[in-house]
Write a protein that binds this ligand. Structure first.
Ligand code: 44T
Length: 832
């Protein structure tokens, strides 16, 4: 371990030219030799200490030794990381940065460690710095793009581009301020826009608080750029921590806030307002005695909200939240046990969320309303007793006439935000709004789906204090008449109190993957073909040599029960997350399959499925239980064996190629037996030119006009990323300006066939402005069988490169797409 005594003392170096000192030279050269020796012996900790000593004593060697020094640092840091020695790890980076303060590679790498440990803001700072030092450093760029999405969520762009919303808030604030509310607190200020509205309307004192560090810093920049520096006091804190007079000198007469998410309560608005009324706001206007001047009374914008709900049937939601198939790739699924997505109302499990969000109008395949929208809740934000009462509200039941017959997949929820008596905003599915709706999916297995025909009763209840809905479902409700259905639904609330239930949790994308039959059938056929080919090859060659085991010819079944039988084919599935591909391989017979499924619960599901499908226990192993280091997943199955097939997971659900895919493929190729194969063998990237204003609005603030004339765009747009992920291309509002074209091929079986740069010419099929190039993949398992990531059944979404300078084209024009690299997808469009 590097000893802290080797840590250089700040300011002592380079004060004067060091004297020639033979003893020192001797020490330097001996230490350098030791460093190199330790490096050779993979003793990185000691090598690192020696290098530190050498470079501190002899900075002239920095150029010479920088490469090895970095290599040593990174190796040692990885070791410290896996040992959990976090403080030591960061000490090493600090020491390294004292020697090489402008080394973008070290800075970027430190950022990666910070990010992995959850210090996102600090990580982002490092990536940003590395990029400033070297603007086209691809790793830092990609890292920055990844954190930018975390730091500044994409909805900020949508909300800031939503003129109507901005305008309505502005009007309401202006009216309140002009009516006498002259001290204002903006809770969750984001970029500072509502606070600036209040100031512009003439409020004497404006305060704003923001809990995210990145957003707080942005707000400070924006407020300064708009000439309000010092006129709005911005605090980096959660409103619940604010006190009078410590943080603001006295109680305010107006709180403005838009700390609401698609489900209204997810950002904690109820708690924030209860706290604000108790600690930060002047007492409310007394209805009996309205004589108090507005400057002496407190009020809130928005004044209240109305929550709506509606039961829906929606296949897209269903396939992401519950298992819908009884068979996957030849395996019966009944034995899998109960599988849930992480979105459920269960109050027992903290890893679940009660709702997810979707824009109903953009769901592929659409949805069917099963009930009329119903008014579920009315809340007055200016009544603290009512807010406090919300948290302890009794379950109430809503009886709803069913308007459409079908399967109950989810309850969709949205709201109207009443800014004041006159003006409100709606987040409903039929509105022209940037808002998504909250989706409370029904979490029952397929066999116990609720079929709604007549009347349906839903229980409306508080969960975890803030979430008002629990959609409790009964057991068997197939084909019930209305009376039975009502009574079954009415007693649902009791179902969960019967102790913890036994189920396995899968991510939504994992669930959708399990439900994807074409995907599994394709893999099954491709695997079967490979095994057949290998068997044929073996029978031609006769028993394999040097494989360790004596093998009987395949045509002669072993007569001796103790005989191990023919040498199996080794198949490794390195898919991320949950995957049944290894089990499908194992079910082919004469295959020993290794799964990289990590979670014990997931392994248990596979074991249950194996047993139920007659797959012998020894045919399926869990590779990560065997290899020590997760990084070393790609190894031989054993010293004298090679893999017949390696299944690599190439495309992330978000629509991007997995990082380091080609490095993995190179390694995997070395571990394949003769005739063995990587699945997929090839992926082909397709794209097209489109004009989509929606994508622009989701990617960057479009000038000063949507944001009430405030100058916000240049600041928040620093967090713009060029690639938009998790896109649903089938429902994207856009005009196609070209046919789809092949942009890129990644051949996993043959590196030489790959390129990192390619020029592709695309002809515009219509005139318009190219604002984006959406892309997706055709995944070729073998010559005949392939899958598309742009497919209705797929668990994959698509991605798009968004151009911030749209390119005008006329029909027939040729456009050149230049330079796409896979890990850091970038596209340059040029007219030819
Ligand atoms: N997203 C809407 C949710 N905050 C809006 O840190 C609508 C999602 C959405 N600060 C698609 C479309 C849309 N004290 O910066 C955030 C947050 C901050 C607080 C201080 C507090 N108590 C809080 C609570 C939150 O407030 C800002 C706004 S929250 C709005 C969430 C376009 N998908």
């Amino acid at each position: 371990m590097p000893n802290t005594s080797t840590r250089p003392k700040r300011g002592r170096r380079n004060r004067r030219v060091p004297r020639e000192d033979p003893a020192r030279n001797e020490l330097v050269s001996r230490s350098l030799e030791s460093a190199q020796q330790c490096l050779f012996n993979q003793d990185y900790g000691t090598a690192f200490v020696h290098y530190l000593l050498v470079l501190n004593l002899a900075p002239v060697l920095k150029d010479f030794a920088s490469e090895s020094f970095r290599f040593t640092l990174f190796k040692w840091a990885d070791e410290l990381d896996s040992l959990g020695r976090i403080q030591d790890l960061f000490d090493c980076y600090e020491q390294a940065l004292e020697l090489f303060p402008t080394d973008e590679v070290i800075i970027n790498s430190m950022g990666e460690h910070l990010f992995r440990m959850g210090f996102r803001d600090e990580a982002a700072g490092h990536f940003h710095k590395a990029l400033k030092l070297k603007p086209d450093y691809p790793e830092a760029k990609e890292n920055f793009y990844r954190v930018a999405n975390w730091l500044v969520e994409r909805w900020h762009f949508l909300m800031l581009n939503d003129r109507r919303r901005n305008h309505k808030y502005q009007q309401a604030i202006q009216k309140a301020v002009e009516g006498g509310c002259n001290t204002v607190l903006d809770i969750g200020t984001g970029t500072g826009i509502l606070g600036m509205c209040a100031k512009k309307a003439g409020a004497a004192e404006v305060y704003a608080c923001e809990l995210s560090k990145t957003m707080y810093e942005l707000a400070c920049e924006v407020v300064t750029a708009n000439g309000m520096n010092g006129r709005i006091k911005i605090l980096h804190m959660k409103s619940l921590e604010m006190e009078v007079p410590k943080d603001i000198p006295k109680r305010v007469s107006l709180v403005v806030t838009e700390t609401v998410d698609a489900g209204l309560f997810g950002e904690g608005i109820i708690e924030s307002l209860i706290h604000a009324w108790n600690h930060l706001l002047l007492p409310p206007q007394n209805t009996q005695d309205p004589s108090r001047p507005p400057s002496q009374a407190g009020r809130v914008i928005p004044a209240g909200a109305t929550v709506f709900g509606m039961a829906v049937q929606c296949l897209e939601i269903r396939r992401h939240h519950r298992l819908c198939v009884s068979e996957i790739g030849g395996l019966a699924t009944a034995a899998a046990g109960e599988l849930h997505s992480p979105v459920s109302c269960s109050s027992e499990d903290d890893s679940t969320e009660p709702y997810t969000t979707e824009r109903l109008s953009r769901l592929p395949g659409g949805y069917t309303p099963l009930t009329e929208p119903f008014n579920a809740l009315d809340i007055d934000f200016n009544n603290v007793q009512e807010l406090e009462g919300l948290c302890s509200r009794e379950v109430s039941r809503v009886r709803l006439p069913v308007t459409g017959e079908g399967l109950l997949d989810a309850l969709a929820v949205w709201f109207q935000l009443h800014l004041d008596q006159q003006s409100s905003l709606s987040t409903g599915p039929k509105e022209d709004t940037c808002w998504e709706q909250a989706i409370y999916p029904v979490q029952t297995p397929h066999s116990r789906i609720i079929y709604i025909r007549h009347v349906c009763t839903l229980s409306v209840q508080n969960i975890r204090n803030i979430f008002p809905f629990a959609l409790r479902t009964a057991s068997t409700l197939w084909g019930m008449d209305s009376a039975e259905l009502c009574s079954a639904l009415a007693c649902l609330g009791t179902e969960q109190s019967s102790g913890p239930r036994d189920y396995t949790m899968l991510e939504c994308a994992e669930m959708a993957l399990l439900n994807n039959q074409p995907y599994h059938d394709s893999f099954r056929r491709a695997l079967a073909k490979l095994i057949t080919n290998l068997k044929d090859a073996r029978s031609v060659q006769g028993p394999s040599q040097g494989q360790g085991l004596e093998v009987m010819p395949l045509t002669d079944p072993p007569s001796d029960p103790m005989d191990p039988g023919p040498d199996p084919f080794y198949v490794l599935d390195v898919s991320e997350g949950f995957s049944v591909l290894s089990l499908m391989a194992a079910s082919q017979g004469q295959v020993k399959a290794y799964s990289s499924v990590e979670k014990t619960q997931h392994q248990a599901v596979l074991r249950r499925l194996a047993r139920a499908n007659g797959v012998p226990e020894e045919a399926l192993e869990f590779w990560l239980n065997q290899v020590e280091d997760e990084q070393a997943v790609l190894q031989r199955p054993s010293r004298e064996k090679l893999w017949s097939a390696i299944i690599l997971d190439c495309v992330e659900t978000c629509g991007l190629v997995r990082q380091k895919l080609m490095e993995k493929a190179t390694l995997a190729r070395c571990l394949l037996e003769d005739g063995g194969q990587i699945f997929p063998e090839r992926i082909v990237l397709y794209g097209m030119l489109v004009e989509s204003d929606t994508l622009l609005l989701e990617s960057a603030v479009q000038g000063q006009e949507p944001t009430l004339g405030f100058n916000i765009a240049p600041f928040i747009n620093q967090f713009t990323v060029p690639v938009h992920v998790f896109l649903d291309l089938s429902t994207l509002q856009c005009r196609h300006l070209s046919d789809s074209v092949e942009l890129f091929i990644l051949d996993l079986m043959n590196t030489n066939a790959n390129y990192t740069n390619r020029d592709v010419k695309v002809q515009a099929s219509a005139s318009g402005r190219v604002t984006a190039v959406p892309f997706w993949y055709q995944i070729h398992l073998n010559e005949e069988i392939s899958l598309s990531t742009f497919n209705q059944d797929s668990h994959w979404k698509q991605a798009a490169v968004v151009l911030h300078q749209p390119l005008a084209v006329r029909e027939g024009d040729w456009v050149r797409l230049k330079s796409i690299t896979m890990t850091n997808i970038s596209l340059y469009l040029q007219m030819r």
